[in-house]
Every structure is written in C-alpha cells, then in structure tokens.
Design a protein around this ligand. Structure first.
Ligand code: ZN
Length: 288
C-alpha cells in the first residue's frame, strides 16, 4: 500500500494511492482513521488493517493529478540521518568506512514535499548539494530492538533528498546547521508499506539533475543495513511512530566531483528509489 498526505479543497488529508487515484482514508473509514499521518501511525497495526480493507474494497478516489501531494509526514518527532553509509560514497572521498554508524540530525522544520521549492540565501551558502537517500518511517515505538526484529518496527519507506550546504557543513565541524536549512529535507512522494518491500537492501537508487544522471547505485552498497541502524539507534534513544531515518547517500554527490557541481537557481533535481517512488523539486536562490 502507498500512503500519502495530500491537499484537496485546502485541507490536508491522508490517503491510499491506487494507480492514478487516491482514496481519502478518513472519509472512507467514517472518521475512524485520522487525517494526519503521525496520528495514523500512532494507532499502529489496527489502523493499517482498516486502511488495507478500504483499499481492497473500494475503487473510488480522486484523480492523483487533481490533488497536491504534501510530505508524507511533516511532523515526525525527529529525523535521524546517517553519514558515510555507502561503500561507494566512502571510496569517492578516500574515506575509511566508519566502524559504527555516524548519526546526525536534520531539524523537522526543513521538511518539504513533492514539487516544493528548495531555496537558500546565496549570502549564507554557495555550495548546496544533493543526496538521494532511502528514508525509513517507523511504525512502532522502538527501544533496544535487535537487528533481527528491527524491520517489524518499520511502517514503510519513502525517499529523501538530504540537501546539504557543504560550506556550512564542513566549516562548522559538525553537520546539523548545514543539513537543516529550511526546505533542505524534501521527502516523498509517499510511504510504501513494508509488506511491499521485503528486502530494503536490494533497491536501485539514483538522482538526476536537470535530466542528467548524477547518482546511480543500489542500497546493497550500504555499510550498515536498515535493521542495523534501527538496532544501533534504539540502543541510545527511543524511536517513535513516524520518526524518519534517512540512511545515507551513494557516490556521485556534487562536492566530490571534479569539477564540483552545486545546485543553482532554476535547477530541477529528482531523487528516486526503485519500488518506492520519485521525488522532484525545483531550486531557487532567494533574492537578497
Ligand atoms: Zn545524507
């Protein structure tokens, strides 16, 4: 099942995407289901079952083309990000693979959705880069979960562009400011539930910039698997339903190219994980 957050008639709702249509889950369930994704995920497996029954029993819905997709979740308690988690990305920068996952965060105020604009102030940063990533959305509260059980705690998967201001990231020494500028966390287009993704470590992953392929890899290149990242994180802190873990980017980012390649005003950047979806955003330098 594909779960989306969308806007229609100025109200935000959650829906199940079926082909070219989207079904309003709150309306179709006689309001037994809420209209925002975090509340829906908080209800756990019973809510997912209601949604699945609705999808199985109904062909009715709005045309997907007539609604505006919003970020599938806009208010997670946290976005956990992982640095240096692809072998090919370590090789391109001559970096030894890390011995343990390297965790940082992106503030949730950076989240935007499909077709929203990535924007920045050029007097603040001149080195804005793209990073395609598989994003994991948690479905259950998780604390001290083993890798063997970890995927049972996942609601599903979406796609993230971990947009990064490299000049701020590297001059600060730690990464949170350069990774958390407003609009620097495009997320979407929807959450594919985990029953449709039996193995998250076999997915082709790519990024195109103005139609040109700039990142092209597979999640098999991950150093620490999704399950290991959940085990590692949940030993340190509680993961809540709706929390997002973005799992690192493969090789091909702009900062390690020769010559370097950074995002510019008017650029169109698309990130895609096969089997999950494709997310496109336009770039804009703010007028100052
Ligand atoms: Zn990243």
């Amino acid at each position: 099942m594909k779960l989306a957050t969308y806007q229609y008639d100025s109200a935000a709702r959650i829906g199940a995407v079926q082909g070219d249509c989207i079904i309003d889950l709150a309306a179709a369930s006689d309001r037994r289901l809420p209209s925002d994704m975090r509340s829906f995920l908080d209800l756990g497996a019973p809510a997912l079952q209601i949604a699945q029954d609705i999808v199985a029993g109904s062909g009715d819905g709005l045309a997907l083309a007539d609604v505006r997709l919003l970020p599938p979740i806009c208010n997670p308690s946290k976005v956990i990000a992982i640095g240096l988690n692809y072998m090919d990305h370590c090789r391109e920068q001559g970096h030894e693979p890390p011995k343990t996952p390297m965790i940082f965060t992106k503030f949730t105020t950076a989240i935007i959705g499909p077709d929203d604009t990535i924007s920045w102030n050029p007097s603040l940063t001149q080195e804005v880069d793209y990073e395609v990533e598989l994003a994991v959305v948690m479905g259950c509260r998780a604390r001290n979960v083993s890798a063997a059980d970890a995927l049972d705690f996942v609601a599903g998967y979406t796609v993230c562009n971990d947009v990064s201001a490299r000049d701020l990231q590297f001059s600060d020494g730690q990464w949170v400011r350069g990774k958390s500028l407003d609009t620097f966390c495009p997320l979407g287009p929807w959450i594919v539930t985990r029953d449709e993704v039996p193995d998250p470590q076999t997915l082709p992953i790519r990024c195109t910039l103005n139609g040109q392929l700039v990142q092209d890899s597979t999640t098999a290149e991950m150093i620490f698997s999704v399950a290991t990242l959940i085990e590692f994180s949940s030993r340190a802190f509680t993961l809540l339903p709706g929390d997002v873990i973005i799992t690192g980017t493969p090789h091909g980012v702009g900062v390690f190219r020769e010559p370097k390649l950074f995002l510019r005003d008017g650029d169109i950047v698309t990130v895609e994980v096969e089997g999950i979806g494709r997310l496109t955003n336009r770039c804009r330098e703010e007028c100052v």
